[in-house]
Design a protein around this ligand. Structure first.
Ligand code: SF4
Ligand code: SF4
Length: 251
């Protein structure tokens, strides 16, 4: 049963739920960023110096990961209230990571934010960055905390089974590796075939519970008749081009 405190729940939650339900029915709802819940004790430690909290819970990726969305917000609100916190407002924006969405939704809760000590977001790290940026002019002193851990960009098998298959390195070599990423499937992100820790096709990292990424790549290239690519010598990765404050701006 839907038991949100309607005084705290912004109206756009209902619109968001409707949109998501339509997208799900049309099979157009996709997960991108996988999150998991932080231990509640860690959240409490983070919030130890504040009393009045606004909850911003993402209706997209986090909702599908069951860390955010309406259910996640409701669960967090009830837990925090039972610990004596005052929840000033709860909103469930369609995509917290989208500055345009957050600007629109933040305008609707400006009055509540006047009495808010901190925002707790149930989203990925992008959501925290988005809220912080959107509120930086009008509410620069409100800290934005996060109640989740951002794990990875996820390939979805089905809800509840997500896999990291790409780390967005910015210099993709899938064309040479049969579509299997050595940076994510090899525990050491090696570029030139299996290391000495491979035994019977399994990886030493994690105690031989996972397939060796380079064995997977070998098998796939063999299947494709492209073992010439397997023996190609690749230069060590230049990580300096992948790391610091990357951005994509095309207009
Ligand atoms: S090489 Fe791997 S990590 Fe880099 S972009 Fe391609 S799939 Fe992603
Ligand atoms: S055993 Fe395979 S997956 Fe594991 S670190 Fe070595 S090359 Fe990478």
């Amino acid at each position: 049963m839907f038991t949100f405190d309607l005084k705290k729940l912004n109206f756009n939650n209902f619109i968001n739920l409707l949109i998501i339900s339509i997208l799900k029915k049309k099979g157009r709802y996709q997960i991108t960023i996988i999150t998991t819940k932080k231990p509640f004790e860690e959240v409490l430690t983070t919030l130890k110096d504040v009393k009045n909290i606004a909850i911003v819970s993402c209706a997209s990726c986090a909702a599908m990961c069951q860390t955010g969305g309406t259910e996640g917000a409701k669960e967090m609100m009830e837990k925090l209230e039972s610990e004596g916190f005052n929840i000033t407002t709860v909103i469930v924006p369609e995509e917290v990571c989208d500055n345009r969405v957050m600007k629109k939704d933040a305008r609707k809760i400006e009055e509540e934010l006047q009495h808010t000590d901190a925002i707790l977001t149930l989203s990925c790290g992008l959501g925290v960055a988005s809220i912080t940026e959107v509120l930086s002019n009008k509410f620069p002193l409100i800290p934005v905390f996060v109640g989740t851990n951002t794990e990875f960009m996820g390939m979805t098998e089905r809800i509840g089974r997500f896999y990291m298959r790409c780390q967005g390195c910015g210099d993709c070599i899938l064309n040479e590796t049969g579509g299997i990423c050595p940076i994510t499937t090899c525990a050491k992100a090696l570029m030139n075939g299996p290391c000495g820790g491979m035994v019977d096709g399994m990886c030493e990292v994690g105690n031989y519970e996972k397939d060796c990424g380079w064995v997977l790549i070998y098998e796939r290239l063999k299947q494709l008749g492209r073992l010439d690519l397997f023996s190609k010598l690749r230069e060590p990765r230049n990580w300096s081009e992948s790391g610091h404050q990357r951005e994509v701006i095309w207009r």
